[in-house]
Ligand binder design. Structure first.
Ligand code: NAP
Length: 457
């Protein structure tokens, strides 16, 4: 049944929001689609998360542009929903509000010293090298020879590569200029990556793990005893291990067996069954104290790590990056599941946190819907599910009728608003300054600069 026009607000212009906008738009032009982002730039982690040396993935921005803004979706950048624009204002003006706000914070370890200067979330370091305006002034200390990365996921792989890639290679990417300059004089030569569980439980995807072994001028070290599987993992790998886990174990055992590359100036050491118990130092991070773990099956059958030996091993390090996962934070007036750290939802339909009842017209997509897992493309499938529910609800007449009024009227007084045209001006500026230096783009990394270029001032 056709029901006239549908007005949809998408909050968050990262990959999940962009796929949602693109898929709604692809269903025809019965939809008025507005995309909001708290940054002056769209594409979320595609711009501010994907590592600069993974440039080919970043070309997805052109697909997003063609499928959204070029097809009439509007962009309201530099607008923070919940602060500049309350949820109630959106709910009054749109049939549906889709939250695609991702997971904007990080998990902590709960160990002493983790917040000493020099010890920080990897997510902040990622934001810093990617020109995210909130992290421009991070100034990580790169004056020590060793850095420790805690965690065994793809973010850990990203930050490890950026710390060990040659500056010549980085200079060909879109890494933020301030990061490139700092990395030029970096003294970091060795990155120790700590996995609390074993090689079979590493969260790297195969390509990301193999890539560490292919880096120019870098030795990858895995201690042979740590590459061997314990009996619990051997049994787990043969009964329930995934293809990815099996390949990771093979790759790690190859790393353990290979002789060091002669003359490689930098080193990545992948450690397993090691957990940090404290970051120590005199007013700043100087060393990480470790325990050795063993694996066991908990009551639910999951493989977990527990300390086997008291702390004793110490790694001297001036930079400690904890890369143990992203975490979502609640938005004012929008339900939040404190335990799972997502918007409570059923296939993207947001539910009242207390009663479990559906909240008509409110949807979730991406990490705020399912938690911070999956690669970028996972959001395409995820968006398809949310879009299908939204359209089904619309066709069933289950969406609230908005009171009306264009949101542009409310935001008219928002001096620093960045529209799709403003973003295109930023994009063109960054690409042309980048081209002059044989780089894909040179990023503007402060809100003032971004807004200035967007407004042509
Ligand atoms: P992740 O894949 O969930 O990895 C988190 C790592 O932290 C795991 O090794 C986990 O170990 C460890 N960890 C958690 N709590 C810990 C603790 N208390 N002590 C020690 N270690 C702890 O998270 P992520 O690396 O942040 O990545 C998030 C998502 O983005 C993932 O789906 C990832 O694949 C994706 N991503 C993809 C790419 C790419 O495709 N190139 C790049 C970046 C990110 P346990 O397994 O023992 O919990």
């Amino acid at each position: 049944m056709s029901r006239g026009r549908l007005r949809v607000a998408i909050v968050g212009a990262g990959p999940a929001g962009a796929f949602t906008a693109a898929q709604l738009r692809a269903r025809g032009d019965r939809f008025d689609i507005d995309v909001f982002d708290r940054l002056p730039t769209p594409w979320g982690l595609l711009r501010a998360g994907v590592a600069p040396d993974h440039g080919s993935i970043k070309t997805l921005d052109e697909t997003f542009e063609r499928a959204t803004f070029a097809k009439g979706c509007r962009f309201f950048g530099n607008v923070e929903v919940g602060k500049d624009l309350p949820h109630a204002e959106l709910a009054r003006r749109y049939h549906a509000v889709v939250y695609a706000i991702g997971a904007q914070s990080d998990k902590s370890l709960g160990i002493p010293g983790e917040d000493l200067p020099g010890s920080m979330p990897a997510t902040a370091f990622v934001g810093w090298y990617n020109g995210h305006p909130d992290f421009r002034d991070l100034a990580p200390d790169l004056s020590h020879e060793t850095a420790v990365v805690i965690g065994n996921g793809n973010v850990a792989a990203d930050v490890t590569r950026i710390l060990t890639r040659s500056v010549e290679e980085l200079a060909r990417t879109d890494i933020a200029d301030h990061a490139l300059e700092a990395l030029r004089s970096s003294r970091v030569r060795r990155v120790v990556v700590l996995g609390r569980r074993g090689p079979a439980q590493a969260a790297f995807t195969n390509a990301e793990l193999r890539e560490l072994g292919r880096m120019e001028g870098v030795n990858v070290v895995v201690r042979p005893d740590e590459a061997q599987l314990d009996p619990v993992s051997t049994e787990w790998l043969s009964s329930e291990g995934t293809f990815t886990a099996r390949r990771n174990v093979e790759v790690l055992q190859q790393f353990a067996a290979q002789p060091p590359r002669p003359g490689a100036p930098r080193e990545i050491e992948l450690r397993f069954l090691r957990s940090p118990v404290a970051v120590q130092g005199d007013g700043r991070a100087e060393r990480v104290e470790l325990v050795t773990n063993e694996l066991y099956r908990d009551d639910a059958g999951a493989l977990r790590a527990r300390a086997l030996e008291p702390a004793g091993e110490v790694v001297e390090a001036g930079l400690v990056l904890r890369s143990v996962g992203y975490q979502a934070i609640p938005l004012p007036d929008v339900p939040f599941d404190e335990r799972r750290k997502v918007l409570p939802n059923e296939r993207g339909r947001v539910l009242d946190a207390a009663t479990g009842d559906r909240l008509p017209g409110i949807y979730a997509v991406g990490w705020i819907k399912r938690g911070p897992t999956g690669i970028l493309g996972t959001n395409k499938r995820d968006a398809a599910e949310t879009v299908a529910c939204l359209v089904e609800d619309w066709e069933a007449g289950a969406l609230p009728e908005p009171a009306g009024g264009d949101v542009a009227e409310v935001l008219g007084g928002h001096a620093d608003l960045v529209t799709a045209d403003g973003w295109r001006a930023i994009d063109a500026h960054e690409r042309s300054t980048g081209a002059a230096a044989s780089r894909p783009r040179t990023k503007l990394a402060s809100r003032e600069e971004l807004v200035g270029v967007a407004r042509g001032t």
